[in-house]
Write a protein that binds this ligand. Structure first.
Ligand code: ADP
Ligand code: MG
Length: 391
């Protein structure tokens, strides 16, 4: 079975666990953190929630624990739930390795039970700062020989007021250790902590982690039905890279693509009216960049997996929020950035746009709005026509 984690030279017990967990390939943050952490360096890592930070630190730490029976790790996480999650992941990863034992130290659990468990051997401690510090004060926990320290979600731990506890805990750890610190955000406060807790850390900042976390710049423009084609031509002249233009109907897809061809654009239409082999050819040609533009209906675009689409233009606004999501999901794939431009030509569409953007919605028809108004005020990041679109 092919597993791209193999390239890191991990112990086979760990590779087996990853395969059972169905982790087939590392996420972006994992791919950057794992080799550097395996080399023994301190890390200040940041990436969005859901990008796989738990495994990013667990894999290199566990790999080292597996090959060194003397080594141990302390992981601090902000909440009980998060500590439980991390402990769960690490326990699964070490399941093939008898000498590695996980211990969870969180509040809200009887301290007596924890005191008992602390007496049996353990090399992986996962806990919340409050309870870990409690055990240190009681003398039930010793961290003098800890090899690795992981500070998970340090930004949240600071927000929750744990900085004093964290400081006390770290004073009990040996200076000779490897520290991995993770945060969803980076600011001056965290930089300052990194300066005192980490040694010459490698900074790893993954802006867009993978397919789940998208980096799409969205904007809308109010234009009357009759002004749409001119607006499209303006937009096309400003944009580089592959573009998908969405329209409502098959007839419109054909007619718009014909109009664009007359303007000397290399463009094809794709819609449900095409035969399977025609559809395949259009997609192949687009994928091979023989055309930079396709005009599509919703049905035709579902499941279109083309990674290089840079821009989604909603020439006709979608009928439903779900269609909007599907449409703009055609861009920003595989971690690339993307742009979505929507033309809005009726109050109903404006209303839907606001729903999509989680903005307060006026009652239908309660206010009119002028033509050719840029809706920049609805989006925090307005479109900048001068920005470069190359790749
Ligand atoms: P973060 O801490 O960055 O918010 P998590 O570590 O909680 O993200 O991971 C988010 C989800 O992604 C989890 O459900 C986890 O099981 C899954 N995951 C992490 N890494 C991989 C991978 N390499 N392959 C598949 N799923 C993964
Ligand atoms: Mg996390």
């Amino acid at each position: 079975m092919s597993n791209t984690f193999q390239k890191y030279n991990l112990p086979s017990a760990l590779l087996g666990a990853l395969a059972r967990m169905q982790y087939d390939a590392p996420t972006a943050i994992q791919d950057q953190v794992i080799p550097i952490a395996l080399a023994g360096q301190d890390i200040l890592g940041s990436s969005k929630t859901g990008s796989g930070k738990t495994a990013a630190f667990s894999i290199p730490v566990i790999a080292q624990l597996m090959s060194n029976p003397e080594a141990s790790v302390l992981v601090l996480a902000p909440t009980r739930e998060l500590a439980e999650q991390v402990a769960g992941v690490m326990t699964t990863m070490v399941s093939g390795c008898k000498h590695l034992r996980t211990l969870l130290l969180i509040g809200g659990e009887p301290i007596g039970k924890q005191l008992m468990r602390l007496r049996s051997p353990h090399n992986i401690i996962v806990g919340t700062p409050g309870r870990v510090e409690d055990h240190l004060c009681r003398g039930s926990l010793h961290l003098r020989n800890t090899t690795f320290l992981v500070l998970d979600e340090i930004d949240r731990m600071l927000d929750m007021g744990f900085s004093i506890q964290i400081d006390k805990i770290i004073k009990r750890l040996p200076v000779e250790r490897q520290t991995l610190m993770f945060s969803a955000t980076l600011d001056r406060n965290i930089e300052r902590l990194a300066g005192s807790y980490l040694r010459r850390p490698e900074r790893i900042n993954v802006e867009v982690a993978d397919n789940e976390v998208k980096n799409i710049q969205e904007e809308s423009f109010y234009v009357s039905e009759s002004g749409k084609f001119q607006t499209l031509l303006e937009q096309l002249s400003q944009r580089e890279g592959s573009i998908i233009v969405f329209v409502k109907t098959q007839i419109k897809a054909d007619s718009l693509s014909y109009q664009l061809q007359k303007e000397h654009y290399k463009v094809q239409a794709i819609h449900g009216g095409l035969k399977q082999h025609q559809r395949k050819r259009v997609i192949e040609d687009f994928r091979n960049k023989r055309y930079a533009i396709i005009v599509a209906t919703d049905v035709a675009a579902r499941g279109l997996d083309i990674n290089h689409i840079k821009h989604v233009i909603n020439y006709d606004f979608p009928q439903a929020a779900e269609d909007y999501t599907h449409r703009i999901g055609r861009t920003g794939r595989a971690g690339a950035s993307g742009f979505a431009f929507s033309m809005i030509s009726s109050p109903q569409e404006k209303r839907l746009w606001r729903i999509i953007n989680n903005e307060p919605v006026e009652r239908e028809g309660s206010r009119s709005f002028g033509q050719n108004t840029r809706f920049n005020q609805f989006k925090p990041r307005p479109f900048n026509p001068r920005r470069s679109f190359s790749n």
